[in-house]
Design a protein around this ligand. Structure first.
Ligand code: HMG
Ligand code: MG
Length: 313
C-alpha cells in the first residue's frame, strides 16, 4: 500500500466526455460558461473539446467555438484547456483553435478500437505516432488514453497485461501521462489495483491517471483503490455527466464533486472549492434538464436548503 498523495490533480472531462453523447444539442455558449464556472471553482485542467469526425460525434463539432470563447479567461488563471484528437486532421484543428494540450485515445480491446475509431489497436498506435511527433514539434504536450481497462462492452473481461501493453506503447511514443479508462464503469477496487499493478510494472506510476465511469456505482471506490496504489491524477466530470457514444449502456464519469469530497475529507488537497463546483454542476444539470448524478452535490443542496429554512424560522 502506498502513502496517499498530499495533492490530487483533477482532470475535468465533463465538457468533453460529459457532453459527447447528449441526445439534445448543447450550445457552445453553454459549454463555454460551464468551463468558465469550473475554472472559477479552481479546476486547472479541463478537457474542453474533441476534434473528431463530426459524422461520428456531432455533439463535439463546435470545439473551435468553445475554445475561442474560453481561452482568455483560462489563460488568466493558467488553466490548461485540452482537446481529444484521433488523427492528424484532428490535431491540425486543435492547434488552429489554440488548445493547450491534446490527447490521443487507444483501447485495450480490439472490438472497442474498431467501433470507436474504426481501426485496430496496432493501426491506432501507428496513426498516433505522427500525431504525437507533430504535436511535440508544435510545443504541445500529449496525453494518452487507454479505454476498456476493466472490461469491454463487446469482449467482456480484459487482461491487465493487455492494458499494460497499450499503456507502455503510448508512453514509449511520448505521452507524458496515460489515463486508464474504465469505459463501461464495471470495475471493482481489487480489479482496479490488479490492472494498475500491471501498468505500473511497465510505465512510471507518475505517468498514469485513473478515468472511472460510474455505471455500477464503483467510481469513488475505484478512485480510492487507485489512490492507495499511489495514483494522484483522476479524470472526472462535474455532476457525473456523460458516457461514450460507442460504449452502449455506459453512464457518466465519476462525479468531480464526489472525488473532491472524498479527497479533501481524507486530508488530500485538490485546490477546488466544492460549493462553487456544485454550482457549476447545478448549471449544467439545469441546462440538460436533469438532476445531478453526484450524491455529494445532492447532499450539499439538501444541507443548503435545511440551513436556509432554519434561518427563516
Ligand atoms: P473514419 O471514417 O475511418 O475516418 O473514422 P476517415 O479518415 O475515413 O474520414 C471519414 C470522414 O471524417 C472524412 O470526411 C474525414 O475528412 C472526416 P468526408 O471526406 O467523408 O467528408 N474526418 C474528420 N473530420 C473532422 N475531424 C477529424 C476527422 N477525421 C476524419 N479529426 C475517425 C475514423 C477516427 C475519424 C472516427 O472514427 C472518429 O472520429 N472517432 C471518434 C469517436 C469518438 O470520439 N469517441 C468518443 C471518444 S473516446 C471515449 O469517450 C473514451 C474515453 O473517454 C476514455 C474512456 O472512457 O475509456 C477517452
Ligand atoms: Mg470516458
Amino acid at each position: 500500500m502506498h502513502e496517499l498523495p498530499k495533492r490530487v490533480r483533477i482532470v475535468e472531462v465533463g465538457p468533453r466526455d460529459g457532453l459527447q453523447s447528449e441526445p439534445s444539442p448543447v450550445s457552445a455558449t453553454v459549454k463555454a460558461e460551464l468551463i468558465e464556472r469550473l475554472i472559477d471553482a479552481g479546476v486547472r485542467y479541463v478537457e474542453a473539446a474533441s476534434f473528431v469526425s463530426p459524422k461520428w460525434v456531432p455533439q463535439m463539432a463546435d470545439g473551435a467555438q468553445v475554445l475561442e470563447r474560453v481561452l482568455p479567461s483560462a489563460r488568466r488563471t493558467g488553466t490548461t484547456l485540452a482537446a481529444l484528437v484521433p488523427n492528424l486532421k484532428g490535431l491540425e484543428a486543435a492547434l488552429a483553435a489554440h488548445a493547450d494540450e491534446v490527447a490521443v485515445f487507444a483501447a485495450a480491446s480490439e472490438s472497442f478500437s474498431q467501433k470507436n475509431i474504426n481501426c485496430s489497436i496496432d493501426e491506432s498506435i501507428a496513426r498516433f505516432e505522427p500525431v504525437i511527433g507533430a504535436a511535440r514539434k508544435a510545443g504541445v504536450r500529449v496525453r494518452g488514453y487507454v479505454s476498456c481497462v476493466l472490461g469491454c462492452p463487446f469482449e467482456g473481461e480484459i487482461a491487465p497485461e493487455a492494458v499494460a501493453r497499450v499503456a507502455k506503447r503510448l508512453y514509449d511514443l511520448g505521452c507524458y501521462e496515460t489515463s486508464l479508462g474504465d469505459t463501461i464503469g464495471a470495475g471493482t477496487p481489487l480489479k482496479t489495483q490488479a490492472m494498475l499493478d500491471a501498468c505500473a510494472a511497465q510505465v512510471p506510476l507518475q505517468a498514469l491517471a485513473g478515468h472511472f465511469h460510474d455505471t455500477w456505482g464503483m467510481g469513488a471506490a475505484n478512485v480510492l483503490a487507485a489512490l492507495q496504489r499511489g495514483v494522484a491524477t483522476f479524470d472526472s466530470s462535474v455532476s457525473g455527466i456523460g458516457g461514450c457514444p460507442y460504449s452502449p449502456g455506459a453512464t457518466g464519469n465519476v462525479a468531480t464533486e464526489d472525488i473532491v469530497y472524498l479527497c479533501e475529507g481524507m486530508g488530500m488537497t485538490t485546490g477546488i472549492d466544492l460549493d462553487k463546483l456544485a454550482d457549476a454542476g447545478a448549471f449544467i444539470s439545469a441546462a440538460l434538464g436533469r438532476a445531478t448524478s453526484s450524491r455529494v452535490a445532492r447532499a450539499l443542496e439538501g444541507k443548503r436548503q435545511r440551513e436556509s429554512a432554519a434561518r427563516k424560522v
